[in-house]
Design a protein around this ligand. Sequence first.
Ligand code: OXD
Ligand code: MN
Length: 604
Amino acid sequence: MTTAPTKHKKLIAWVDEIAALTTPDAVEWCDGSQKQYDDLVKLLLDSGVAKPLAKRPGSILFRSDPSDVARVENRTYIAAKTKEAAGPTNNWIDPVELKKTMSGLYAGCMKGRTLYVIPFSMGPVGSPIAKIGIEITDSPYVVINMMIMTRVGTKVLEHLGADGEYIPCLHSVGKPLQPGESDHGLWPCAPLDKKYIAQFPEDRAIWSYGSGYGGNALLGKKCLALRIASVMARDEGWLAEHMLILKITNPEGKVKHVAAAFPSACGKTNLAMLVPTLPGWKVETVGDDIAWMKFGADGRLYAINPEAGFFGVAPGTSMDSNPNAMHSIEKDTIFTNAALTEDGDIWWEQIGYDAPGKLIDWKGNEWVQDKGNKQQAPAAHPNARFTAKASNCPSIADNWEDPAGVPIDAFLFGGRRPSTIPLIHQATDWVHGVFMGSIVGSEITAAALDLKVGTVRRDPFAMLPFCGYHMGEYFQHWINIGKKADATKLPKIFFVNWFRKTAEGKWLWPGYGENSRVLAWVFGQCDGVSGKSVETPIGIMPTVDGISRPDGVSEADMKELLSVDVDGWKKELADIETNHYPIFKDKLPKELKEELDALRKRLG
Ligand code: OXD
Ligand code: MN
């Protein structure tokens, strides 16, 4: 056992307590050094669970267990003291009962493994917006991912000092080893009914058991930076949001920052790394997934990206869809569940070129592309991921690590909506903007979660799986933030939809880099100088010439993209009133019901 490199008595006592419970063979504290990273990579390669990638320096590939490929929402719990506190959109479980169950699972669960202690900072170390977490895990895969996704090690412990506050995050893959037993190069995890991803909001604590994958195991991300942080943000008067952050510079050199929330599968990472097609404009990346925002002394909202890397969905990422992501993963990257080529590279569906020869698919089987067979199982898992340092990204903004954060000028909400919702509309005031956030929805594109493909799944603020408390109270928190602030300094709020289709099913808008044209209008609206806007029943919209048209978009297309579909909106409101808002019962803020009624009146 290593001695603890800290004088923090409470932390040492916690580590001792967990070691006594889980009985690992060794305890190792993470110092965050390159040597430690390299040693762990060697260990993972030697054990066979990681594969080297000759074509990508410093990069490795993992194949997970087929039962452990994504966040498990039905095994994710908000263990608040009461069910009411967790609200209608979270899985609630009694915390006392859950702690008993999980303590039973944790007993002896690290046998044959090393217990790693990962001190990490969400946000630049020492930033007034950052928070410290300590993750205990028995997964070296988790350690190296955390070393990319967060700031890890000695500098964090130094900042924590002898009595600083931290969020304890306990993780185990849930697969103890008997003496002499090994993983045989396979991904360790527990069966689904033994997996628990538990947040204890009142204790500000996270317990995760049985999964080694992504948001279930890298506890700084969804568990801390969203579920626990959203509760802290409510109590402390700030915002912890599932939002990317962009820095936009116009041809005159003026800068604005935009934060944007989209449900999964809406191209969030692509927008975060967008290459503008508009001449003279620059778009840079501050963050691709999460924003923490606090008011500065000047009354404006400042955002940091609490993460230090990208845990991006690989399939669909190509030099066409996201060249900045492709450059970010040229080296020093961890791939999970991508396919492996014979010459030691990765491959996935829609990477932009055909599979080069014989591959090993994400399940470890030989796989040869058969383009004639539309039923062929994919070579990469649809949720295959890359973990890459933000500093590897060519579009990373120079101020992305500013401890003070970046001042936010605009919020965008959006979803995948083939009809009704126009390309863009703007809220007339803050509460109208909160209304927009509360009705975010996205078309279901894959038959997951027992939902019907083609129907709209409401995902308010893109926070449905990530809000750590009652979503009705969360809406109220957003309204309260607006009430407390100087309205002239609040970000303007917009709703975008890159996914409109014609009645025949043809895309009306090309998306990707062309979205810069929409961002340019947002930029002008923030300055109040666009002069290209009209008031409509649903909010402020661009005039038809307010957004410059890309090739292939006719004036008629643009008119359709920017029209108000009165009948469609009436159906939308009926759906919200019947199926969405009633979920929140008496916790639905009256302001939102008033917005709904006012919009209905305006539609006539
Ligand atoms: C993610 C998600 O993995 O939102 O970022 O699901
Ligand atoms: Mn996300």
